[in-house]
Design a protein around this ligand. Structure first.
Ligand code: PGA
Length: 253
């Protein structure tokens, strides 16, 4: 049976009261796969989100972390701070952080290591720009990211990473990758992981698709053999849309 994870990435949206309203609404949906659903919120929302979701089985987490445990890093948040909030998940290397906040494969790699050491599940984002895809270089580019991001991470730890394939040209654009394009890249990434480690590690890895996933296209994307779920931005902001995507995954499990 294929495993799924449906992860909502709120990005820089929602204040605390909206967080609680969302959590109450989502709980009221009585999702049959609540344990395979999580919400990645702004740091300022996480405590209230965690409280509001308590006992629901729905996971929660952060969208970024610093790789040092403490120190003079103004404006940053550390792993011990996330642990204190009880987060289960943390996005690493989202393309918006790579593009606007100078995130590199080197910092991504450090962040993966400290999150894994703390038992927090990293959701590692990789994906090519439109320019790279139009030049036919998407596989080379994404393989380069995966190899660099997993450098020095042993197989038993690697197996706990969730990878999200997010073509930059599909994020927030309404222009979703076709199910075949998404499947092709998720299968390719699985092969890269199998090549770095071994087939069982590649086979067991959760690989998500992200980029304008919504209720109208989720079922078709999620039905693909190598797509284990979604990292959902825009459609995760509304309870009905997010719950519909979770139910689409539940119907396939
Ligand atoms: P989107 O964002 O669903 O709004 O395209 C996905 C993401 O950036 O994680």
């Amino acid at each position: 049976m294929k495993k799924f994870l449906i992860a909502g990435n709120w990005k820089m949206n929602k204040i605390s009261s909206e967080t609680v309203e969302f959590a109450e609404g989502l709980k009221a949906k009585g999702l049959s796969n609540a344990g395979d659903v999580c919400v990645l919120a702004p740091f300022t929302d996480i405590r209230d989100l965690g409280k509001a979701l308590e006992g629901s089985g729905i996971g929660f987490g952060a969208q970024n972390v610093h790789f040092e445990p403490s120190g003079a890093y103004t404006g940053e948040i550390s792993v011990p701070m996330l642990e204190d909030l009880g987060v289960g998940y943390c996005i690493v290397g989202h393309s918006e952080r790579r593009e606007y906040f100078a995130e590199t494969d080197e910092t991504v790699n450090k962040k993966l290591k400290v999150l894994l050491a703390a038992g927090i599940t990293p959701i590692l984002c990789v994906g090519e720009s439109l320019e790279v895809r139009e030049g036919g270089g998407e596989q080379t580019f994404v393989a380069g990211q995966v190899v660099a991001d997993f450098a020095g991470i042993p197989a038993e730890d690697a197996a706990r990473v969730v990878v999200a394939y997010e073509p930059i040209w599909a994020i927030g654009t309404g222009k979703t990758a076709t199910p075949d394009q998404a499947e092709e890249m998720c299968a390719f990434i699985r092969g890269v992981i199998s090549g770095i480690y071994d087939n069982p590690t590649g086979d067991a890895m959760l690989i998500l698709y992200g980029g304008s996933m919504k209720p109208s296209n989720a079922a078709e994307l999620l039905a693909k053999p190598d797509i284990n779920g979604g990292l959902i931005g825009g459609a995760s902001l509304k309870v009905d849309d997010f719950a519909a995507i979770a139910e689409a995954a539940a119907a396939l499990s």
